[in-house]
Every structure is written in C-alpha cells, then in structure tokens.
Design a protein around this ligand. Sequence first.
Ligand code: NA7
Length: 538
Amino acid sequence: MNESISNDVERFDAIVIGAGVAGLYFHYRLRKLGLSVRGFEAGSGVGGTWYWNRYPGARFDSESYSYGYSFSQEILDEWQWSEHFSGQPENERYLNFVADKFDLRRDIHFNARVASAVFDSVNRIWRVETESGERASARFLIQATGVLSAPYIPTIEGADHYRGETWHTSTWPRRAVDLSDKRVGVIGTGATAVQMITEISKNIGDLTVFQRTPNYCKPLFNSKITPEEQINIKASYPEMFARCNSTFGGFLHDFDERKVFDVSAEERTAFYEKTWNEKGFAFWLGCFSDILTDVAANETVAEFVRKKIRERVNDPEVAELLAPKCHPFGTKRQPMESGYYEAYNRENVHLIDLHKTPIERFTEKGLQTTDKEYEFDIVIYATGFDAVTGALTRIDIRGENGAVLKDRWHESPSAYLGMCTVGFPNMFITGGPHNSSSFCNIPRCLEQNVEWITDCIAYMQAHGHTRIEANQDAEDAWTDFVLKSADETLLTKVDNWFMGSNIPGKKRVFLNYVGGVPLFRERCDESAANGYAGFTLA
Ligand code: NA7
C-alpha cells in the first residue's frame, strides 16, 4: 500500500480483527482506555466460533457458567444459562447480548474479511485492507481471529464434478436444512462430527460416516439448569472463576494428584466409573495425574473407554471400528457425546473404515472408495481446521522490513507468551501459537490475554511508548520451554491439530501450550511487573 493511497485512510489507535469472544472484549477494554478502534469481522454478526459453527448439535464442552465472561458483574447478574452445556443458538445469543449491552457493534465493520496488514516502520502504524478494498490504519493491530476458525477442506479428486451439495461444518447453511429424505455422507469423526452425527442421525434419510481415526468419546451428561441450581451458580461465580484460574486447563475440573498405579485395580476402576458419570471433562481433565505422560497408565483408562463403547454399539464389528487403538486416550481434545454411539445402532447409519477402503475421488453422484461408489445428496466435511496459525497465515501480514508472517512461521511458529512475535511490532495475538488459550477453557484464557494486552497498551500510553516488539532471546526461551514441556507428554506423539499435522504440508510442530494456565498467568504477570520484560519498548 503506498503512502498516497494511505493518506486518505482512516486512522485509529487500534484495529481489532475478529468479533468473537476475544474481539468483543477488546472493544470493551480499548474503549475504556479512551482509544479509537476499528473492528473488522468476516461474518455478518458477532460471535466468532458461535456465529460460524451452527451445525446441529453444536454446543459447549465447558460448563456454560465457566465459559461466559467473568469481567462484568452486570453480565453475570443479568444472563441466565439454560443448560449446563449450552447449545450454539443460545451461545450466539449470549455474545449478542454482551455486544448490545455495551454497544460494541458500533465500531465493527461486518462482512469485512481482512486480506492484508502491513507495518509501516517509519510511522509505526499498521495499514490494513479488507478483501473488498476497505482500508484503515492504526498504531496497534490486534489479532482476535480465533484458535479454530480457518476451516480445512481436504483436496479430493473430482470435487468439481460432484453434482450434490457440499459444505464444511463451520459453514453450515443459515437457512433451514431438512435432511429427513436426504442421503448424506460425512467425512471426519472428530469432536465436531461426534456432536453433529448424533443430532442429524435422529431424522435423516440415510447417513454414511467416513472414519479415519475413531475417538474416545465420553457422555456429556447435559441437562437443563434448575431454578435451585441457577441460584447456586449465581452465588458461586467468584469461587468458580477463581477455581478456573487455578486449574491446569482453566476448566472446573483438575487432575487428581495420584498416579494410576498408586491405587489398586479395583480402586482405579471405581474412580474411572465415578468420573465417567460426572459432567463434562471430569473424566479427562479430572483423571490421574500421569495419564498424559505414561503410556501404561494411559492404557488403563483407554481400555476402560473401549469397554464402554463396546457395551453401547450393537454390531461388534462396528463397535471395534469405533474403539480407538492407535492413539493414547486424551491426546486429542476429548469429544463429548450425547448418544453418539447409539447413532450407529440405527439401520440407516453406516460406518466406513477409511483405512480399509480409502476415498479415491468424488464422482458426479457421490464418493468412490476403493470398495464402491456411494451416492449422496449432500457431503459434509467435518474435517476440522487449520488451527492456531491458519487464521493468521491466511492474511497477508507483513512486519518489519517486509517480513511475511506466513513465511516466518513456516518452519516454526513462535510467539513470546503466545502474544507477540519478533519482527511484527505493535501486533498482539490471541489464540495464536504457544498461547495458553489453545489448550484451555478458551474464554478463561482469552479474557486473560485481552486484559494483559490492553494493560500493556495502557502502560505504553502512560510512558509515551509508540512501539513494542518481542525480543528474540525471550521468544526463543519461551518456544523452548513450551516445546520441552509438550515433549514430556504424550500429546506430541500423535497427529492432530495440536501438532499442525492434520494439514498436508504444514510443519509438524507443537502449536499449543501445556504448561498449565496458572503458570502462564504467572509468566505474563511477571513480565508486566518488570516493565514488560522480554519486550523492547520504544
Ligand atoms: P478435528 O478434531 O481436527 O477432526 C477432523 C476430523 O476429520 C478427524 O476425524 C480427521 O481424521 C478427519 N479428516 C481430516 N481430513 C480428512 C481426510 N482427508 N479424509 C478423511 N478424514 C479426514 O476437527 P473438529 O472440527 O472435529 O474438532 C476441532 C476442535 O473443535 C476440537 O478439538 C474441539 O476443541 C472443538 P484424523 O483424526 O485426522 O484421522
């Protein structure tokens, strides 16, 4: 973008990309600082994840009351969650309620997908342009683009020739979709597919699921919140949020200090049975402390889950296909289900093992595997996301000396404290690589990210700084710490979005952060308390 064009570009203190959980809170906080803000959002409304992911069955896997914002007592007082694990429509309504309450839409341009962001080092500003050519510039560029927001659709030969409809779960049509007389194919069996298959299987013509890797799914045990529970929830918000800030993953659940083989086999099974019957992630994140580090320990819990699966699926062959054997339990974000396995007991639901009969190509009528042709009216991609980095690398982001973020992160994505990366001054990232929010009860970590970043901006203003950049040595040390702590777990031994290895050609490297939420907060606070140690402010 050249200077002459940029002269008529509107100038702001900050540009916020994204209007989901983090983006909305940024608007609230930056406005309180008295900053002028322009928001750009690709969707036509607020909500981010909860705007896009409107597939049937989409709902929280965190307890609703632990997911909502904690920063405003008014929100906590006025909003009532109706279910322990609220569904997408209510979640989207909630974020709209927050946007209305604080008049947050006023600075946001919708249907505005950012195409490029270029740092002008002379003026120390970012120049941003949307796909439709709208331009703006600002001192600070804030990426609130989400952890799981860049949909991944695999390349399958012949896709152009297929005459039926296709869509990705995250772009489920906004119109009403009636599948009652449709032949539907679903590719993928991750957490999204598990929720969706359960729901659509209840009223569908015929459903064929193409599975590459089965998952260890656990019952969610969702229910309506009773009036008594509502009173208790409202009364215990302070303790609940304090607990979330103290647990490993920012959830209400935390690991049991004991190790698997500290207890007898009977005690172990009783413990598994108890946590299995509790809500949400109790079974995964409330399990023995060594299940994510010790293969033998992990196998005890994995076998417990396989047994549960076998008990619920009528056809033993299908049950075996659904019982994971090739990766340890809990090394992928655990899908929560509400009748997933029973879906396969329906006569019109079929499971195809892609290891045995891979998809070869699309035909005009459907999908051809090495075994046969399946005819479909609709094929749904439940194939996940180019997670953590994808939303950022899909934007042409150029920092100091024309450095391209996509190239810079090609070999090894890195960001100091997961929030700033060398060579990209005045750019703050939430939900990016090596940030706590990627392995977290996401809003708990995003709230911390937003507060830390806006405090940092306030500090810069108070001290007359116009430029901040992460230091190379601080970023290297952080990257090293994150990768080493991940390597001590089983999480790096599997292939999934945590490792970027779900995307062909993407470098296999740990993208998340598993040092625990309390330690992350501590490290961020430490840096801030020391005048933003690890950063250069000018
Ligand atoms: P996931 O967890 O990445 O799941 C994607 C699914 O799609 C998974 O079963 C993949 O199999 C499958 N997949 C991906 N590409 C292909 C191809 N080419 N062929 C067949 N199957 C394929 O995404 P989700 O949306 O379910 O969940 C993402 C997160 O959202 C989740 O972690 C929760 O935090 C919420 P694979 O396992 O790679 O063999």
